[in-house]
Design a protein around this ligand. Structure first.
Ligand code: M5T
Ligand code: MG
Length: 596
């Protein structure tokens, strides 16, 4: 928590000092009230006694009246100060806490941006969302609470006790307070020990709830298609039930505390008045002292109750704070090198894999095994192989979504690890296997490729990617809305839009991960012809399943179980690579192959 709190800004520190000052002022004013009450009552009872004994002169009467009036006005004054300071404290505390959580949320968000895919998977997306939202809110609440009570409560308790001790003839009464405080502390500690472990569980369950809800909503089509609503509902119900059970348990326990504390508070009050009655009976002039003492005691008990609330809220916040810290403590495994090498201008668009092996971070089985190949600028390399053979894994290494386990990946002759990542990724346009669009418009989506692309550039890219007919010929044109994930477009349309987003970048290297799979043969063909015509002549790396798509590539790599089992042109492979032959014969007729 302390480590997190270091992230406050300077103004907040200043405001905290103001808050502390105001809180002390408030406590001081509050404690002045019972003293004034004692004075008023004492004066009143003295006047009463004088009257009874018959020596209440007019002069004496005025003195008593004035004293009562003065004390009354002072009470007003102190109550006013207390009210104003407590309002200002609440206001400032809210501001400090909100600003703090704003900063923290931003930091966590920016930090997560640097995570590699495996680091995100380590926490799970759902958990990362809970941590940036719910957990930070918990921490924020604690900050507010602490500012408002953590200083006020102990100050009130200590000063109150000192003040109560000073009131005359109250030795017996003090004993009552001591007993009350012991009872309170015992009550709290026992409840606390039961509840504390549940706080961590609640946050974990929130993660789970988040995960199930998210998965269900993003996969709603699959769920409906498979009539799996009931199954999903059961899954959701299970988590939901556990969450509410835990919440109910925690709240029941905490709510036991309320009546318990009330009982102690009112019991104390009653005991003071009871014992006080005997004192007053003997010495009527102590009327004021007894009532003043009773008031201070209430303040002390309330201060203890606040302390208790802090003791409950803070550990809850600590659980959340720790979860936020866990995220911030991760050192992103993919970081920029200390001294990035700047690429030279002469070489552009070459790619080389040098004896690359790769295994995913949480497994030790190689999904890529000693891969080597080389591509010149402007060449087209195709990668083909059965599903799960490692094609996506292979190209993921190029923009450094993952780092190689062994070997080297070179772009323009420089190891990708030595690049500033922004510069490396500027060179590469990557069209992922799952075409993903963002909520907004076609225009805003294309802007991901190039931030300030002109209308003409956008139109050109859309034409090249064969997206003309359904975007430019549409009445809304570039301002056509895009739903979350691009769900208002067909699979092939999404693919074409993501290709347009890549082309607008005019990159040195374009990577297509099975990006033609949802296109019809004609569109596929025209699009590939368009790619050949690009005057900036980018290097093309194409992962595909269809022989037709890759037949004319300069180099075809045949991948099987993470190994290259064939490399060459279509002509060469059809003669000497068994795996390639199998794929080819399964898709094309003998004539087609011979003709090619
Ligand atoms: C190759 C494993 C997967 C498979 C192998 C993406 C990913 C893959 N794998 C992981 O363990 N973790 C991951 O995050 O790696 O997978 P691929 O590279 O995705 O295969 P592909 O692109 O050739 O397949 P496909 O279906 O896209 O044609 O064993 O378990
Ligand atoms: Mg793949």
């Amino acid at each position: 928590m302390i480590k997190l709190l270091k992230r406050m800004d300077k103004l907040s520190y200043l405001l905290i000092i103001v808050v502390i000052g105001l809180v002390i002022l408030q406590v001081y004013s509050d404690l002045e009230l019972p003293t004034r009450l004692t004075n008023i009552l004492t004066n009143a009872s003295l006047a009463e006694a004088a009257k009874a004994q018959g020596f209440l002169t007019d002069e004496l009467k005025t003195t008593y009246q004035n004293a009562i009036l003065r004390n009354g006005l002072e009470m007003f004054g102190f109550a006013g100060i207390s009210l104003v300071s407590s309002i200002v404290v609440c206001f400032l505390a809210a501001r400090i806490a909100a600003k703090f959580s704003y900063n923290l949320r931003e930091e966590v968000y920016t930090h997560i941006q640097k995570f590699s895919i495996s680091e995100i998977d380590k926490f799970s997306t759902a958990s990362l969302i809970t941590r940036t939202t719910n957990d930070i809110t918990q921490v924020q609440m604690v900050v507010i609470m602490t500012l408002r009570m953590a200083i006020a409560a102990p100050t009130m308790a200590i000063l109150g006790i000192i003040k109560a001790g000073r009131i005359e003839s109250t030795a017996n009464l003090s004993l009552i307070v001591v007993i009350a405080v012991i009872a309170l502390v015992t009550l709290v500690i026992s409840i606390f020990l039961i509840v504390l472990p549940k706080f961590k569980k609640i946050q974990e369950l929130t993660d789970r709830l988040n995960l199930v809800t998210r998965e269900n909503l993003t996969g709603i089509r699959v769920v409906r298609a498979n009539c799996a609503q009931e199954y999903q509902e059961k899954k959701f119900d299970e988590v939901n039930r556990t969450v509410s059970k835990t919440h109910i348990f925690v709240n029941r326990m905490l709510n036991l505390m309320n009546p318990g504390m009330m009982l102690i508070m009112n019991g104390t009050s009653l005991a003071i008045l009871w014992v006080g009655a005997y004192i007053i009976n003997e010495k009527p002039e102590f009327l004021g002292s007894v009532f003043g003492f009773q008031q201070i005691t209430m303040m002390i008990v309330i201060a203890f109750m606040q302390l208790i609330m802090i003791f409950i809220m803070v550990p809850r916040g600590l659980v959340s704070a720790r979860r936020v810290r866990e995220v911030l403590d991760v050192k992103p495994s993919l970081s920029n090198p200390a001294n990035p090498v700047s690429p030279t201008e002469e070489i552009k668009g070459t790619v080389e894999y040098e004896d690359v092996s790769f295994s995913y971070p949480n497994s030790n089985e190689n999904v890529l095994d000693h891969i080597s190949f080389k591509v010149k600028q402007g060449d087209t390399v195709a990668i083909i192989g059965s599903t799960g053979s490692g094609k996506t894994s292979l190209i993921n290494l190029l923009p450094r979504f993952f780092d190689v386990t062994e070997g080297k990946v070179l772009v323009d002759g420089i190891n990708v690890k030595d690049y500033d990542m922004a510069i490396l990724r500027e060179k590469i346009a990557f069209i992922a296997q799952k075409a993903l669009l963002f909520k907004g418009t076609v225009r805003s989506n294309l802007a991901y490729g190039k931030e300030n692309a002109t209308e003409a550039e956008m139109k050109e890219a859309l034409k090249l990617s064969m997206a003309e007919d359904f975007i430019l010929n549409h009445p809304d044109g570039l301002d056509q809305g895009v739903a979350q994930g691009g769900s208002n477009f067909s699979g092939g349309q999404k693919q074409r839009l993501s290709i347009a987003r890549a082309l607008i970048k005019k990159p040195e290297i374009i990577v297509f991960d099975d990006s033609f799979s949802a296109l019809d043969f004609k569109t596929d063909k025209i699009l590939r012809d368009n790619l050949k015509k690009l005057e900036y002549n980018p290097t093309k790396i194409i992962v595909a399943q269809r022989i037709g798509t890759i037949m004319d590539a300069d180099l075809i790599l045949v991948l099987e179980k993470g190994k290259i089992v064939g490399a060459g042109t279509h002509k060469e492979l059809i003669h000497n690579c068994e795996v390639y032959q199998e794929i080819a014969y399964s898709q094309l007729s003998k004539e087609e192959i011979d003709n090619a």
